[in-house]
Design a protein around this ligand. Structure first.
Ligand SMILES: Nc1ncnc2c1ncn2[C@@H]1O[C@H](COP(=O)(O)OP(=O)(O)OP(=O)(O)O)[C@@H](O)[C@H]1O
Ligand code: SF4
Ligand SMILES: [Mg+2]
Length: 325
């Protein structure tokens, strides 16, 4: 049994005209204890919606159409709000792109982290205050006891995100879910903050789902990688498999667009075209309109390719690429 098992998760909404719009389509993922899974894909591919569904945080009109999310074997889809609230923060720590979605602007930072502790742990106030200072110290906040009394607006963006990491780690979660945790920050503090996050995770040996556009971060931190395109997982494997021997045409394109894979005289490569919006997804393979290997004869444009697991554990949703592997 995996720590987290997402099976055929399909998420979307129903339009006023009664039509179903699918945003996340039959996504399956698994996460083992202590492992880092990176979820990668262009904007709009469904990374955030997938993880919001896992956390039970979808907001109207979004809903889970079908599929399963199991945490330690327990089904979370359809679980009551109280169960989900208890899990979030205790077992599932969350770090979103904008720290202000997690911090309350009118409460002192220390009080907020203390409350996160109080909700999930039985402890007296003094113990909690000591723990808050320890947590802030662990994420590199100088003079943490003093700083804990400040309000979020008195902290820089990078410091606020450190506070969010401290809050996410407060109850030693089994899984950290970090959705582009450094993208909103100044480039100069991004690497620093990622290092703080990675260190906090390693200390507690939490597993992590890291959503990122940055293949550099993937190479540095991932154990396994799931590549998403147009709401589906198109390839999944270990970080070595994805970087060394990926075969899905979309993964190949993504990798090629990584700076460094072209010579100095060549312009940076970008996959031609753009992903289809959820309301206009093609009938067959979502990538077909942009795929240089698309082949009518192989039914690329008429059949949605299934994600097939190969002998080496890699999963690929592209019949020609499966043959080539
Ligand atoms: N509340 C909503 N109502 C309707 N469509 C939505 C809603 N939230 C997200 N979507 C759509 O669902 C699709 C997937 O969105 P999602 O936010 O998961 O993408 P993403 O992969 O996280 O992208 P990014 O890298 O930009 O964060 C997008 O087309 C988005 O426009
Ligand atoms: S299934 Fe066809 S269109 Fe889709 S990625 Fe593979 S070759 Fe390209
Ligand atoms: Mg997102």
């Amino acid at each position: 049994m995996s720590l987290l098992e997402v099976t055929d998760l399909t998420v979307g909404y129903v339009t006023a005209a009664g039509e179903r719009v699918v945003l996340v389509d039959s996504v399956s993922l698994r996460l083992e204890p202590g492992e880092v899974l990176c979820l990668v894909g262009e904007s709009g591919s469904g990374k955030s919606v997938t993880m919001l569904a896992v956390l039970g945080l979808l907001t109207d009109p979004l809903t889970v159409f079908s599929g399963s999310v199991r945490f330690r074997g327990k089904e979370l889809i359809g679980a009551d709000d109280e169960t989900l609230r208890k899990l979030r923060g205790a077992e599932l720590g969350m770090i979103f792109q904008d720290p202000m979605t997690s911090l309350n602007p009118v409460r002192r930072v220390g009080t907020q982290i203390g409350r996160a502790l109080a909700v999930h742990q039985q402890s007296d106030r003094r113990t909690r205050e000591r723990k808050v200072v320890e947590l802030l110290d662990a994420v590199g906040i100088p003079q943490p006891a003093e700083r804990a009394r400040a309000y979020p607006h008195q902290w820089s963006g990078g410091m606020r995100q450190r506070a969010v990491i401290a809050m996410a780690m407060a109850n030693d979660p089994a899984i950290l879910i970090a959705d582009e945790p450094t993208t909103a920050l100044d480039v100069t503090v991004q690497a620093q903050l990622m290092a703080v996050l990675a260190e906090a995770r390693e200390r507690s040996n939490a597993a992590m789902v890291l959503i990122t556009h940055d293949l550099g971060l993937v190479a540095q931190y991932a154990d396994r990688v799931a590549i998403m395109y147009a709401g589906r997982v198109v390839e999944q494997g270990t970080v070595w498999q994805i970087f060394d021997s990926a075969t899905h045409p979309y993964t190949l394109g993504l990798r090629r667009s990584l700076i460094g894979e072209q010579s100095a005289t060549e312009r940076a490569y970008a996959i031609p075209g753009a992903p289809p919006p959820p309301t206009k997804r093609p009938a067959g393979c979502g990538f077909a309109p942009r795929c240089e290997f698309a082949n009518k004869a192989s039914e690329c444009e008429t059949h949605v390719p299934a994600l097939v697991t190969l002998a080496d554990g890699r999963a690929i949703a592209c019949p020609p690429a499966q043959v080539a592997s």
